[in-house]
Design a protein around this ligand. Structure first.
Ligand SMILES: C[S@@+](CC[C@H](N)C(=O)[O-])C[C@H]1O[C@@H](n2cnc3c(N)ncnc32)[C@H](O)[C@@H]1O
Ligand SMILES: [Zn+2]
Length: 234
């Protein structure tokens, strides 16, 4: 017998006799939920709430191979981001596609290029003088300006790995640390909204929910604060 309530990790119905405080269906889901760590957003300062978008399309040229979809038209996507999300947006892409994608964004919007270093070598069969290509590019446009006193935020996130235990895990999925870093790069706060245009596993939306709900879980940013780059490689 099940109840109307659903597990906060796997989304299966909770047993009908589940205590009110119970939010996950099993010990396994509880532990996985607890390991998913995103720090709370800050309060919204002047100028009120903003609305952001995150676009995580397949890398150009990879939609069919990895997802069985037709290519995402990045020109149309960037146009949509600019028109519908004037407050700011973030777009993930590959090193190989960076030149083509940046070219689509007007210089006046001052796109910033950030690096998510995931670790491990992704170069196979290429010459040995190549570097690892173990990173993904994150382009940020707009966002809320940082204020004096805001915690430091680095251009590079050294935080490898997917979250393979996440329900619906798939190739190209992000992890909690990445999500929090991206939210902070946008200057997002608890009263803002985020539209996740390519949800995949839904992990970004989950991270956003935790971020704005203010679940204190000591996310990546605070765990990284003060740590040397070396210790961040995982
Ligand atoms: C890189 S994954 C997104 C991963 C997601 N951010 C996560 O962390 O789980 C890209 C997603 O876009 C979807 N997709 C692929 N081609 C698409 C298309 N032409 N239009 C819309 N979505 C597409 C894929 O099915 C996949 O879910
Ligand atoms: Zn569950």
């Amino acid at each position: 017998v099940t109840s109307e309530r659903r597990c906060d990790w796997c989304n299966e119905p909770l047993p009908a006799d589940a205590r009110k405080s119970m939010v996950t269906c099993s010990k396994r889901c509880r532990q996985r939920r607890q390991r998913f760590r995103v720090d709370a957003a800050g309060a919204t300062p002047r100028h009120g709430p903003m609305r952001f978008a995150y676009a995580d399309p397949p890398y150009p040229g990879c939609a069919r191979r990895y997802y069985g979809h037709r290519e995402v038209d990045h020109g149309k996507l960037v146009l949509r981001l600019i028109r519908e999300f004037p407050d700011g947006w973030a777009l993930s892409t590959s090193e190989a596609a960076l030149v083509d994608v940046l070219w689509l964004i007007p210089r006046a919007l001052r796109p910033r290029v950030r690096i998510w270093y995931k670790g491990g070598s992704r170069r196979r069969g290429t010459t040995s003088h190549d570097a690892d290509n173990a990173y993904e590019v994150l382009i940020i446009v707009g966002g809320r300006a940082r204020r004096p006193g805001d915690p430091r935020l680095e251009d590079v996130l050294w935080w490898g790995g997917r979250q393979p235990t996440h329900p619906g895990a798939l190739i190209g999925m992000k992890n909690a640390a990445f999500c929090e870093w991206m939210f902070r790069l946008l200057g997002a706060t608890a009263e803002d909204a985020l539209v996740d245009l390519f949800p995949g596993s839904g992990i970004v939306t989950r991270a956003w929910r935790d971020f704005v709900r203010g679940v204190k879980r000591q996310g990546a940013m605070s765990r990284l604060a003060g740590a040397g780059q070396e210790t961040r490689r995982r």
